[in-house]
Design a protein around this ligand. Sequence first.
Ligand code: COI
Length: 366
Amino acid sequence: NNNRTDIDHNRIKIHRSERLKPIVPNKDLVFGRIFTDHMLNIEWYKENGWHDPIIKPYDKICLEPSAMVFHYSFECFEGLKAYKDKNGKIRLFRPEMNMKRFQRSAARISLPSFNEKELFKCLKELVRLEERWIPAERGFSLYIRPTLIGTQESLGVGPTTRSLLFIICSPVGPYYKTGFNAIELLATTENVRAWPGGTGDVKVGGNYAPCVKPQIEAAEKGYQQNLWLFGEDDEITEVGTMNCFALLKNEQVTPPLDGSILAGVTRDCILYLARSWNEFKVSERKITMSEVKTAAEKGRLLEMFGSGTACIVSPIKGIHYRGLNIEVPLDSNNPSNQTGPITKRFADTLMGIQYGEIPHEWSVVL
Ligand code: COI
């Protein structure tokens, strides 16, 4: 249909809120609980495509109970952050990667495609409008959540004829209440997060809800996160909602993007940085629990961590696996440290780039 339109930033309408909310002090921020004054909405109709983007006061979405998103999980999302550097400039971090992945996620669940560059322009418009919400303190940022849902009123299982793309923003600090502290994992052997041919490689809401029950069970046993395994040989896949890295003597390992691993932006950065340091072998390969267990026993397991946009890196200090407690070293030179030296180096380098202290093309000034 040639009459269909794509997202067009030039047609954006902005309705400013007349009553701005008070800014919440950084110390009171709980991840993803506070939302800014405005949101971006763009509606899509099968007949004529994307309608005009509109920025308006943050508000409820009105949908019929029969809207497809409520029944069959027609939902995908992104997560990226805006930072304020010491000169007061707003910076985004590799946002084009999030736009691309958003597109891939949408395609996987038959939601409409869109012009990523135009969407990005609209996103920037929203972030500029919400500037006063971007915390200026290191470790804090404005978390941006683009979301796409199927809104057609229909209980039939099929592609949606209507969609809503919206973006909301939330000022955030550390993802975990415990801050940058090492976490202990429960290796989950009863449930799997993703499987070959499934949706583990895209950011769809349907991947997350089923992981909460195992997460509660882990928490009840005193573990902060699940370590997700797959297959008969208990391959490591992800940790909680993060990608997983193991540092062995002379080799850094993370599972390959084989279709069940989310292509994390932070994961990609860590691989790039590690390769540019050229100090150890950097592998994207299968790694099993038995390899980790043996490496730990032989002193060849140096560090482990999770990586994600929300927490950047999250050091791991132990894994409970099939009745066994595997201790993961943090810092052999300073046992009171909550992170290993390489994990910390990744965190410091990434934060340095994100806050504009280390010049890098990944950090995009708005
Ligand atoms: C992450 O950045 O680690 C995420 O997966 C986002 C999370 C809030 C779902």
